[in-house]
Design a protein around this ligand. Sequence first.
Ligand code: CUV
Ligand code: SF4
Length: 644
Amino acid sequence: MSKIEEKSIDLATQEALQKAQDENIKTTWDRLDCQQPQCGFGQLGSCCTVCNMGPCRIDPFGEGAQVGVCGANVDTIAARNLARKVAVGASAHSDHGRDVAHTLALLAQEGEHKHASGTHTHNYTIVDTEKFHKLAKEFGINPENKSKEEIAKELSKKLLEEFGKQEGELAFCQRAPQKRQQLWRKLGLTPRGIDREVVELLHTTTMGVDNDYKNILNTAMRCALSDGWGGSMIATEVQDIILGSPQPIRGKVNLGVLKENYVNIVVHGHEPVLSEMAVKAANDPELVKLAKSYGAEGINLVGICCTANEVLMRHGVPVAGNFLQQELAIVTGAVEVMLVDVQCIMPALHEVSNCFHTKLITTSSKARFPGVMHIDFTIDNAYETAKAIIKAGVENFPNRDKQRVSIPKHEMDLVAGFTKEVVFNILGGQYRSTYQPLNDAIVSGRLRGLAGVVGCNNPKQTHDLFHTVLVKELIKNDVLVLQTGCSAIACAKQGLLIPEAAKLYAGKGLQEICEAVGIPPVLHLGACVDNSRILTAASHVIAQGGLGEDLSDIPAAGCAPEWMSEKAITIGLYFVASGVYTIFGASPFAVLGSKNLTNYLTNEIEGVVGGCFAFSDDPLEMARLMIAHIDKKRQALKLKPAMY
Ligand code: CUV
Ligand code: SF4
């Protein structure tokens, strides 16, 4: 068993882990120990359970069986395993996108209903009208002389059709540079309909269909693209429209945001449609009064994981932590309710919450736990549901065992809410709709390039260490870092997401830019679906001119240093298929059993789509590889070397 300092570099996490250990509460790290040694075939991607002639596994030493019962070799098996993960990852984010589009559709209906009866039963509206109209136009709808309900009706129909389309091209593919679109068409990678690409990918991985690992990868790329340039992008766009487009906003992060004298409500998961209402309900005077009547000073709502990012960037709601801190928030003994929706919610939360007074409440019909309180959330009962949940938290406050409360005192400031719309305009020193200052900074070499550092945590690695070491090394070398998801939370906790971080950690060129316009050297773009913001931002960089004609020309690289989720694989693959060099940590990637597939993903594929994967278990090496790639791209564009 490793020491606590080897489990996490985050001091709040270390303290909470110590408390868990003292109270004999098991966490993910303990369960990882119990799993040792983890299955070698699984790690290599060379185990197949696709049909009932198996399970089959391929001997990595070339001595035992080299094909499964059906004759499938390790290339086919590893490629199919990877492809299935891509399909699942795409399903998760795209189904989220569908739900958001569906909310827009209901909003239109409710609007009609409201006209008819004068009542209105849901709590959503169009918050960003400008973006709403822009998106409508992008889908060929003329918003003039139409009510917002009419536009919402037409637009949501078109958006939902993107999921079920059988032919043609996903609309958002047109946001990519011309050259990229042509390449996708030439390679047959242009996604037609979101659901279709997922289903087709799953079909081709069943027993006895596609046996060509390169072709399986092609199908997987088309599916991944249908998420990045489809489902995820729809989620981002429509959330901005109905919940508001983020603007730079200050917030606080880490377990220290839990407050001893308050009713603490933690929202955890991914879909902000409900948590938005929870934010409102936590401020409901009636509920605040009730909290006070129980002796609390008020209601303190905080977030974990991507839901946290969503409510942080729209409302400045504090972030209690990232993926590996979900259990630890409960371990503080100060959480009255943890409200969860979908994705990244550890089943273990049930047991951990049973060790305390904490009520775990599920809200999605898609994600339930046996024996756990479920309050079904639907769009038309949104506010009432949120109120009921917060009320359950308030009423649970007297059950808190004060003797067992121990909240780590660590918290850090951060600035979030840098969307593609605001981030690069700000670089101009004022709000202007041009990317020129950014492009100029890269061309002149003041900025070496751009990096996207994203993804989860994984107990197999020291928590937050990879994110932090990698990002510090990148900004030291004048690479502007764009972040989403739990990676952004990791770096925020280490103080990298405040403007002051530029002086402390950034290279001279990046420092000059950050100080001139008052931004941090590391920009928080949102939740995992908001990786789509990076795609559109990169497309704007190309459209602005001076940095090549295709996404693969930009001096940029991506990385998911501590990933664990299938969603991360999908994101990685849509970045690669969009031309981005992308590094994954926490090896193995479960393809290494196949030399051919590994070589294809890390080498040959670059000649096909302009991007490729690299795998590394060392954050400094990740940084070196990314910087080397950025410099290679600078050379190809005949740019001067980086200035400093
Ligand atoms: Ni969707 S996917 S652990 S919350 S980043 Fe966080 Fe982000 Fe990974 Fe999950
Ligand atoms: Fe084995 Fe082939 Fe069935 Fe996979 S598909 S389990 S390799 S027989």
